[in-house]
Design a protein around this ligand. Structure first.
Ligand code: PPS
Length: 439
């Protein structure tokens, strides 16, 4: 039926790729015209006459007709039957109208093509099909979206995923949802550098009710970014659905003077997460990161101990950054303590599920992250994520820059550093109403 409808022919764009398809349709169509009553032939003729534009002399046996939306399409292969079945088109250039004359020839095909009862039924059929298709497609999109939102449709990996089986694809799916949008964060992981902020973010990414920013945004600590305003900031956020929390992490926020005030100005009731780690280990981690970027870097001991005074070298920035209470003081001037959740970065390494359980509680999330989410990777020496999705069972560890090998440190220097941080640690414990096992 479709082959005898000229509107189907016109639906093909005139690229060489579809030419053969058009040709075969056209063939049936021309056969059909031949077999129609003369009045029907008139009808087709008038339909064609309303649409033609210039005759394409380069392709003598084809012409172009304007498409809907103003694009041009070819109707190929009036020549399919040209010599045998029809007179070739004649052109009246002054009118820019092409007239097609058909010369019926005896039908020697024993089984003539099946024709529609009327021309309008052909037209209605194609419109009906289009409308039906659009309605079905729209219903399918709404159904899939709602199913995904409710987490009730278990089509692992293809369209939506069961929230009980965390895999790292939630963000990608969210991005593709027509209902996804970018909003300012509900929670920010503000630091501390080298304490495990990436691990917390990556684990949170597993949660179906969370959307995380893929990179450190550096909005509040960078004056150029900050000067671009909150709209700019919002555009850096991941796409999220209405029920999801948006979370970004930029560990540089914790130490940067103006940041607490700036964040409070944006949203004074926002939730904040700060990951802390035993200060000396954090210091070593910072040192290792700096050393990894340079060819000839002094030893850890040379960097952290002032050779003139034999005191801890406070001019080495990472040393000061482990004095958490100094920075926490600034945050507590702008936020209540119950808005700030402190993650134990050392426990996060040893028992990530425990610390993440607390994070979920703080964020008001259903508990989805469990012991089963993790697997210990002996080669890496850290917990990694267990994934089981359409790519199969596998583990995903943090990148190579996380979990670097630390140098052997002179025990005397270690002792000196621990002594140096002791009173600062106590002040921090008082601030956050919690003690950590930092010797
Ligand atoms: N699962 C897992 N895998 C690898 N690494 C882990 C993990 N959990 C916590 N950590 C610790 O995270 C430390 C890096 O901290 P950050 O992500 O905050 O670093 S950064 O400030 O964003 O660069 C990183 O510090 P280094 O060990 O010094 O590399 C790790 O000790």
């Amino acid at each position: 039926m479709a082959d005898v409808c000229p509107f189907h022919i016109q639906c093909f764009l005139g690229s060489s790729r579809v030419k053969s398809k058009v040709l075969s349709s056209t063939k049936s169509w021309l056969s059909a015209i031949y077999s129609l009553q003369s009045t029907d032939t008139e009808y087709w003729h008038s339909k064609l006459a309303k649409r033609p534009c210039g005759y394409d002399s380069a392709h003598r046996h084809s012409y172009k007709a304007p498409c809907r939306k103003g694009r041009m399409r070819h109707i190929f292969a009036l020549n399919a039957f040209s010599e045998r079945d029809i007179d070739l088109p004649e052109v009246a250039p002054e009118k820019k109208v092409m007239t097609v004359y058909y010369k019926p020839v005896p039908q020697d095909d024993a089984s003539p093509p099946v024709l529609p009862n009327s021309t309008s039924s052909c037209l209605r059929f194609s419109r009906f099909r289009l409308v039906t298709f659009l309605v079905v497609a729209a219903l399918a999109i709404v159904f899939v979206t709602l199913s995904c939102l409710n987490g009730g449709w278990d089509t692992r990996g293809s369209l939506c995923l069961t929230p009980t089986d965390p895999v790292l694809l939630y963000n990608q799916i969210t991005t593709h949802s027509p209902l996804a949008r970018q909003v300012l964060p509900h929670c920010i992981i503000i630091g501390v550098r080298k304490a495990g902020t990436r691990a917390v973010l990556q684990y949170l990414q597993l949660h179906p009710d969370v959307a995380v920013a893929g990179y450190e945004v550096h909005f509040f600590d960078d004056n150029v970014n900050y000067s671009q305003g909150l709209n700019f900031y919002q555009r850096q956020m991941p796409y999220s659905l209405k029920h999801q929390l948006t979370i970004e992490k930029t560990p540089a926020y914790f130490h940067t003077l103006k940041v607490p005030e700036r964040i409070a100005k944006m949203n004074s009731s926002i939730k904040l997460i700060v990951v802390v780690r035993e200060p000396v280990q954090r210091l070593i981690s910072s040192y290792v990161q700096l050393a990894a970027k340079r060819d000839h870097f002094p030893t850890f001991e040379e960097k952290v101990i002032d050779s003139d005074t034999d005191e801890v070298n406070e001019n080495f920035k990472p040393v000061k950054r482990s004095l958490y209470y100094i920075f926490m003081n600034r945050w507590l001037k702008h936020f209540r303590l119950d808005q700030i959740h402190v993650v134990d970065g050392d426990l996060l390494i040893r028992k990530p599920f425990q610390e993440m359980f607390r994070v979920e509680t703080f964020l008001g999330l259903e508990h989805k992250i469990s012991k089963d989410t993790f697997t210990f990777n002996r080669t890496k020496g850290f917990f990694c994520l267990k994934l089981d999705d359409e790519l199969g069972k596998r583990t995903k560890c943090l990148s190579k820059s996380k979990g670097r090998r630390h140098p052997e440190v002179d025990p005397n220097v270690l002792r000196q550093l621990r002594d140096y941080y002791r009173s600062a640690n106590d002040l921090f414990f008082q601030q956050v109403h919690r003690r950590f096992r930092w010797s």
